[in-house]
Design a binder for this molecule. Structure first.
Ligand code: NAP
Length: 267
C-alpha cells in the first residue's frame, strides 16, 4: 500500500496539464490538492475539467498556493521560464518539484542541485517523461561507443518554445560519456546558408524540425563504413508521457537530491 502523495499541478489547462490532471485524479495514492494557473486564479478545477471529482482550488501564483495549502509535490508543466522559477520556489518552501519543462542551463541545474541537497529534498527534472524516449537515449549512449559519427534530428510541434529540445540536449550529454570526440562532417565543410548543418554540440550536429502535426520525435543516426544505424522514438500524443510523470511523482518522495533525467531512476 503506497502512502498518499499530495500533489499541486502548475499548467492544468495545457496539453500536458490536461493529461496530468486526469492521471492525478485516477491514481489512488495521489491526492489532487490544487492547481496553479495565472489566468484562472480563484476558480475551482471543474472550470477546466468538469469531470474532476476533487474540490480543488486554482491559484493565480505558486506563492499564493504555498501560502494556503499543504502539499508534497509540485508537478510543473508550464513554460521553460515559469518551470525554472517554480522549481526554485518549491524547494525553498520544502516542496519536491517534478518539472517537465526544459531549457535549464548547466549553471541553473547546479544551483538547483545544491539547493535540493542542502534542503535534503527530492527534485526531478525530466526533459522527457516517455519511457520509450529514455530507452532511445540509453541505446544511443550504448551505440556511441562503437559509432562516433552521429547526427541527431529532433522533431516537435511548432508551438515548442526552445530549440534544441531538452531531450536532444540530454541525449548529447549521455552520448558524450561514451563517445570519443569527433567533429562531424568534412573538416573543410562550409555552410553557404547559416544553420544548414544544425547546431554543433561537441562535434555532433543537432537539427530541430518544427511543424504542426508533430508531437515529440527524435532520431539518432549513426554512420559507419557501409552501414547506418538509426534509433528512433515517436510520442504520438501526450498520454505517452504520463507513466513517466507517475513514476517521477512516486520516486521524488524517496529522493533527497536533484535527479536530472528519468533514466537515472530507471533500472
Ligand atoms: P501548452 O499546451 O502550451 O501548456 C502550457 C500551459 O502552461 C498553458 O496552459 C499556459 O497557459 C500555462 N502557463 C503559462 N504560464 C503559466 C503560469 N505562470 N502559471 C500557470 N500556467 C501557466 O504546452 P504543453 O505541450 O502542455 O507543454 C507544457 C510544457 O511541458 C512545455 O514546457 C513543454 O516543453 C513541456 N513538455 C515536456 C514533456 C516531457 O516529457 N518532459 C513532454 C511534452 C511537453 P497560456 O497558454 O494561457 O499561456
Amino acid at each position: 500500500m503506497n502512502n498518499l502523495i499530495r500533489v499541486v499541478l502548475a499548467g492544468p489547462r495545457g496539453k500536458m496539464g490536461t493529461e496530468a490532471l486526469q492521471l492525478i485524479e485516477r491514481t489512488e495514492h495521489f491526492q489532487f490538492v490544487a492547481a496553479v494557473d495565472y489566468k484562472l486564479g480563484g476558480e475551482s478545477i471543474q472550470k477546466i475539467n468538469p469531470q474532476i471529482k476533487d474540490k480543488a482550488k486554482i491559484y493565480e501564483t505558486l506563492e499564493e498556493c504555498i501560502n494556503h495549502e499543504s502539499f508534497d509535490v509540485l508537478v510543473d508543466l508550464t513554460t521553460p521560464e515559469i518551470g525554472k522559477k517554480h522549481a526554485f520556489l518549491a524547494l525553498k518552501n520544502g516542496i519536491r518539484p517534478v518539472i517537465g519543462t526544459t531549457g535549464f542551463t548547466k549553471e541553473e541545474l547546479n544551483e538547483l542541485k545544491d539547493l535540493a541537497s542542502s534542503k535534503e529534498l527530492g527534485c526531478i527534472i525530466a526533459p522527457n517523461f516517455a519511457i520509450g524516449a529514455i530507452l532511445m537515449m540509453k541505446f544511443s549512449a550504448m551505440a556511441a561507443k562503437y559509432f562516433k559519427d552521429i547526427e541527431i534530428i529532433e522533431l516537435h510541434h511548432d508551438q515548442k518554445l526552445d530549440a534544441p529540445s531538452g531531450t536532444a540536449l540530454k541525449t548529447v550529454q549521455m552520448i558524450e560519456e561514451s563517445r570519443e570526440y569527433k567533429r562531424q562532417g568534412h573538416p573543410n565543410e562550409v555552410e553557404t546558408e547559416t544553420g544548414a548543418r544544425g547546431a554543433d554540440m561537441n562535434g555532433m550536429r543537432v537539427h530541430s524540425v518544427r511543424l504542426p502535426g508533430l508531437v515529440a520525435h527524435q532520431q539518432v543516426m549513426f554512420g559507419g563504413d557501409g552501414q547506418l544505424l538509426t534509433i528512433r522514438h515517436d510520442s504520438m500524443n501526450r498520454a505517452s508521457f504520463m507513466s513517466g510523470v507517475k513514476v517521477a511523482v512516486e520516486e521524488v518522495m524517496n529522493l533527497s537530491e536533484l535527479v536530472y533525467g528519468l533514466e537515472n531512476i530507471m533500472d
